[in-house]
Design a protein around this ligand. Sequence first.
Ligand SMILES: Nc1nc2c(ncn2[C@@H]2O[C@H](COP(=O)(O)OP(=O)(O)O)[C@@H](O)[C@H]2O)c(=O)[nH]1
Ligand SMILES: [Mg+2]
Length: 276
Amino acid sequence: MLLGGPNSGKTHYAGQLYGRLRRRPGVLGLRQDQGTPPDLGALEEVLRCLEEGRLADHTPTTSWEEVALPLVDASGRAMDLRWPDYGGEQLRALFAQRAVPDTWRERLIKADGWVLLVRLSAEVKYPDALEELAKRPNDQQPNIERVERWDANAQWVELLQILLHVAGLSVVARLRRPRLAVLLSCYDELEAGERPPREILAEQLPLMSAFIEGNWASEAASVWGLSALGRPLDRNSAEDSFIDEGPENHGWVVPPAGGSKDPDLSKPLAWLLERP
Ligand SMILES: Nc1nc2c(ncn2[C@@H]2O[C@H](COP(=O)(O)OP(=O)(O)O)[C@@H](O)[C@H]2O)c(=O)[nH]1
Ligand SMILES: [Mg+2]
């Protein structure tokens, strides 16, 4: 189950993953089951835009209620990757209303793995607010702008608590299931180099990082850097390198231990299938 707020990079990861599976498979491939093939038109469409060197359009909330990608590894282990919230608005609503639709409840209970997309550059971080507070005494201006939104640490911890609760899981003992892969999306925006992505998360969202490390067994959670596109793209102007080389030759992940960029975008998903 793949989860992430609006604008966290879900659509472009989906499209790029699909392109890899079709043209440059890595540790995971597309599964050819008997029966009705899944409708992957939404992913085709994203890939088509990228081939033209431009961003895909914003996904309307109403279309594509759920996209599921049937995957398999070399030893025949299968998984279905689901985006229950392809539009990306439901996760926010779930948090705001503290209400979980039945379809979600079912999925959360059944899923063996959760993938969280976190775009650090777009999160509200507490130093932003602290800086404003620190300015206050000297600065007598009456309307200093305060950060009114939730701090991202608090938001993610609360969201994880809600999801765990709905899935019927307690954290009295450390969790081994669901396996949790945190994908720090748009990683190219961070200039994080070859450091372990977990360190970047701990630096920027310390409470969220501590919640995960404290409540998941260490082998059941991992943090990855993900740049599905490898660089920013524009909606209206075309990027030549995508046209010339193909979108399948762009984008990378940084593995949990850090190190160099790996073009296989399916690695974090394959990790979900590992059984220690
Ligand atoms: N720099 C950079 N930007 C990206 C990448 N992937 C997505 N984006 C940007 O992030 C925005 C949101 O991505 P999208 O996949 O539509 O997010 P969604 O709303 O979660 O589906 C896009 O408009 C892109 O501008 C990436 O790998 N690198
Ligand atoms: Mg989207």
